[in-house]
Write a protein that binds this ligand. Structure first.
Ligand code: HEC
Length: 153
């Protein structure tokens, strides 16, 4: 019985830390700061960068928040509000040069208009806004707008 105590204490601490992870803001400047702070790095992710199959500047590595991961894992056709995906953009190199982000803002995707889309590469904001046509027009072919191949590799 005694030995279980530290484990329980650790798990309680871990859930507190998790609960304190701030949600990504739906505002370009604040989101950029959130990305730079690396909050998403504790999420599940692809194991390493790989060549993008899309127009995402070269090599990429996707991260899924717990809502996104559980929804993909369960095989759900539609993801819940609060689903967040972040993709690190590496260009042709080995260091992060930007990010793509998709945040589901309502239960119904509504042709991708209920997703907030954001992309920044080499310090230049490519797109930033709710329902960006360029992004949703291509992500339309994914599982409720998520295109990362599953299971994560
Ligand atoms: C022409 C197709 C295309 C366009 C346009 C596009 N993407 Fe993607 N995106 C992809 C593909 C394919 C993937 C899967 C991973 C990969 O191969 O890069 C992906 C992956 C992602 C991911 C990781 C989660 C996921 O859905 O797999 C995010 C986040 C993302 N894109 C954001 C954006 C944003 C923001 C825009 C608009 C600025 C955008 N994408 C435009 C094709 C596209």
């Amino acid at each position: 019985m005694h030995k279980a105590v530290p484990v329980v204490a650790f798990m309680a601490l871990a859930s507190v830390v998790h609960a304190q992870t701030p949600a990504p803001p739906l505002d370009g400047a604040a989101l950029e700061a959130w990305l730079k702070a690396g909050h998403y790095k504790q999420w599940r992710s692809e194991s390493r960068p790989h060549d993008s199959q899309g127009p995402h500047f070269g090599r990429v590595r996707a991260y899924l928040n717990p809502v996104a991961f559980e929804s993909m894992q369960s095989g759900a056709k539609d993801h819940p509000k609060g689903t967040v995906t972040v993709k690190e953009l590496y260009g042709q190199g080995d260091t992060v040069q930007g990010w793509s982000v998709a945040i589901k803002t309502a239960a119904d995707s509504s042709d991708g208009t209920n997703w907030y889309w954001y992309e920044i590469f080499q310090s230049k904001v490519v797109k930033d806004g709710q329902g960006v046509l360029l992004c949703r027009a291509c992500h339309l072919t994914g599982r409720d707008y998520v295109l990362t191949s599953w299971p994560l590799r």
